[in-house]
Design a protein around this ligand. Structure first.
Ligand SMILES: *[C@@H]1O[C@H](CO)[C@@H](O)[C@H](O)[C@H]1NC(C)=O
Ligand SMILES: *[C@@H]1O[C@H](CO)[C@@H](O)[C@H](O)[C@H]1NC(C)=O
Ligand SMILES: *[C@@H]1O[C@H](CO)[C@@H](O)[C@H](O)[C@H]1NC(C)=O
Length: 640
């Protein structure tokens, strides 16, 4: 795609999409939409030709492209069961699973969910390889896990009292009356478990593709089978494959990439006791003029081998237990290459204030401080004297520290790179002779970013290698911390944690991965502030969010951070030194609009009800793929 799109191109695509969207909304009633139709769909520059100001900024083009992508997506919404079934067959190449009519009723009639078949793409991505696994093996593997849910006779139960399992149980109980018998193995760790080699997955996908067909409706079996009663014998985990505990996760993760990919080809980095090389050229494939243009691709590391020294997960994750075998294991988030099956993460279902910041979530944009805030623990994995410079949160905090920016004018920064010239930052125009003073002053006045805990104290790091579930608690004793954190205290100081509701008094919310995905993201989306998201993690909701429409995407090297900040917030937060056009004429409004669109969309398609609709669809598919008769099972009520 060409950015920014030429007006004629935009007109050709956006107008039909808008008409379709308008038809959809006039027939259906997510009420807020009717009132928002105009401003929601029209890029600001178009909402009146008098206001149109030509602009060269690449972000303008990305925002316009996102409007089109979003309008196209929702124009595909279906409003009847036969239409939904037809959209299913077209996209999936199979009949919908048995119970599809009940699913539809639950989604549409009961919960007024928007039905766009694409919204469930993740399910098909996750389950497709299992069409090449013997169903009996799927069922027996699931039963071997200690931590599992069993559904029999429309009742879900578990023997595990692990709090995540309990939350997932509660979620699944809300739909148990619609579920067939099944066993669900759950991953208790933060980190995902499976990386099946690319070559094996490729074979499985080819085999699975052969089962993809629309069998004659007269032959279709539309009832699920029953399973023997839950037994709750001791789980026989001994029958499962050996778990690998390789601490250098890059070595494991990259086998999920294609053999010809840079991740498989590039030399492995073993020495993290140095400043990482932040080679932005690896980001070019997913960027346009310095900004993320393909967000899905940006979160895939197979073309980005430099990330092996820029992300804690690859350097030394906190807990690790991996396998090459494919197992029917469910979890809350995963990297692009992991084969785990995604459920909505427990903290999203639970909606604790700690993750949602409920009380601050509706602060009006105009009364917020035009600044970026971030608080968090120095997680990402085990940080040590010899590897901390490779950790993403450490990189992000350091590059937002005015004193480190100033020091960087005389000696190279330890763990980040100064802004590239191509961003043309105002703050750097005269910095060559003033020791980065302008840059430092701008960052000091526009950001408020610090760790709340350096997370470097632990009992005995090396004892963790034998046990996959060892976790550590950071020390809160100042003296102990000073001793154990000697390698980072020259560069970082901690501040008190701030509840999300307080953070929401700031306009910009950068979101940086911790040990795995960031559990506050849903809270950020639902707030009236603007999330700026860099991530390598995939979640259940990815197919329903559009980058630059509902949130601002950021590259995992963070080289675009300052450009994003200047585009939306201007050079100075009080407006001094910012040209009028940038500051008053729309970029703050642009930020506000993305923040509000994201909020409204999250309240429409990321509700707890939407999580249930997702899980119900997922589990109907899972029960089918684990059934001997799967190739002839389906719902064909509309064809009979
Ligand atoms: C974005 O990248 C994905 C691969 O991850 C690709 O399938 C998709 O076509 C790309 N989208 C665009 C708009 O180029
Ligand atoms: C950063 O935020 C904290 C908490 O709200 C506040 O106490 C502090 O003064 C802020 N720092 C700056 C430099 O604005
Ligand atoms: C900023 O960097 C300086 C070293 O240049 C360090 O002393 C200070 O603690 C850092 N501030 C924060 C908030 O991490």
């Amino acid at each position: 795609m060409v950015f920014p799109p030429r007006p004629s191109t935009v007109l050709r695509y956006v107008v039909p999409a808008l008409l379709l969207a308008a038809t959809f909304y006039s027939l259906d009633e997510p009420a807020y939409y009717l009132s928002q139709l105009g401003p929601l769909f029209l890029p600001a520059a178009w909402s009146g030709s008098a206001k149109y100001r030509p602009s060269e900024h690449p972000i303008d083009g990305l925002i316009k492209a996102a409007e089109i992508e979003f309008a196209d997506k929702i124009a595909k919404a279906t409003r009847t069961l036969p239409d939904a079934a037809a959209a299913y067959r077209k996209r999936r190449g199979r009949h919908p699973p048995p119970g599809f009519d009940k699913w539809y009723e639950f989604a549409q009639e009961k919960h007024n969910a928007i039905i766009v078949e694409e919204f469930w793409d993740q399910i098909y991505h996750d389950l497709e390889p299992f069409w090449a696994v013997d169903p009996a093996r799927i069922r027996s593997d699931a039963r071997r896990f200690e931590m599992r849910l069993e559904i029999r006779d429309h009742k879900a139960s578990t023997r595990s009292d692990w709090f995540w399992t309990q939350i997932w149980l509660e979620m699944i109980q809300a739909i148990e009356h619609l579920l067939p018998d099944m066993d669900l193995a759950l991953n208790a760790m933060d980190e995902p478990r499976m990386v099946v080699p690319w070559e094996d997955i490729d074979k499985k996908m080819k085999k699975a593709a052969k089962t993809r067909m629309l069998v004659d409706p007269k032959r279709v079996v539309s009832e699920f089978g029953q399973l023997p009663p839950a037994q709750w014998k001791e789980a026989d985990e001994g029958g499962l494959p050996e778990w690998e505990h390789e601490k250098h996760y890059w070595l494991i993760a990259r086998r999920g990439c294609a053999p010809s990919s840079p991740a498989r080809q590039a030399p492995v980095i073993n020495d993290f006791d140095r400043s990482p090389s932040i080679a932005s050229s690896f980001g070019l494939e997913h960027m346009h003029a310095g900004y993320v243009a393909n967000y899905t691709l940006s979160s895939d590391f197979c073309h980005q081998p430099d990330l092996q020294a820029l992300e804690g997960i690859f350097v030394e994750p906190l807990t690790l237990s991996a396998t090459k075998s494919i197992l029917p294991l469910f979890g809350g988030s995963k990297l692009a290459v992991n084969n785990d099956i995604l459920l909505p993460a427990p903290m999203y279902w639970k909606e604790e204030d700690r993750f949602t910041g409920a009380e601050g979530a509706s602060i009006p944009w105009s009364s917020k401080s035009p600044t970026a805030i971030w608080r968090g623990v120095a997680t990402g994995g085990f940080n040590r004297p010899t590897n901390w410079r490779a950790f993403q949160r450490h990189r992000f905090v350091a590059m937002n520290n005015a004193s480190q920016l100033q020091l960087a004018s005389s000696s190279p920064p330890l763990n980040f790179a100064l802004p590239d010239d191509r961003y043309g930052l105002s703050a750097l125009r005269d910095s060559s002779n003033n020791n980065n003073n302008d840059l430092a002053a701008w960052i000091a006045s526009t950001t408020n970013i610090s760790f709340t805990d350096l997370f470097c104290s632990r009992p005995n790091p090396d004892s963790s290698s034998s046990s996959s579930t060892t976790t550590t608690t950071p020390s809160h004793n100042a003296k102990e911390e000073a001793d154990e954190c000697h390698y980072v205290t020259p560069y970082f100081s901690t501040t008190h944690p701030l509840p999300l509701s307080t953070q929401f008094a700031h306009k910009y919310l950068p979101d940086i991965d911790g040990n795995s995905f960031s559990g506050r993201y849903l809270g950020f989306l639902r707030s009236t502030s603007l999330p700026v998201k860099a991530t390598l993690w995939r979640e259940w909701h990815d197919a329903r969010l559009v980058a630059w429409k509902h949130f601002v995407p950021m590259d995992s090297r963070f080289g675009d951070w300052w450009g994003i900040l200047e585009y939306f917030a201007g050079k100075d937060h009080d407006g001094a030194g910012v040209d009028e056009v940038n500051n008053k004429g729309g970029r703050d409004e642009m930020a506000e609009r993305i923040a509000m669109d994201g909020r409204e969309w999250a309240r429409t398609v990321l509700r707890r009800e939407d999580m249930l609709v997702y899980v119900l669809r997922l589990l109907l598919e899972y029960a089918r793929v684990a059934d001997e008769r799967r190739e002839v099972m389906g719902w064909v009520g509309d064809l009979m």
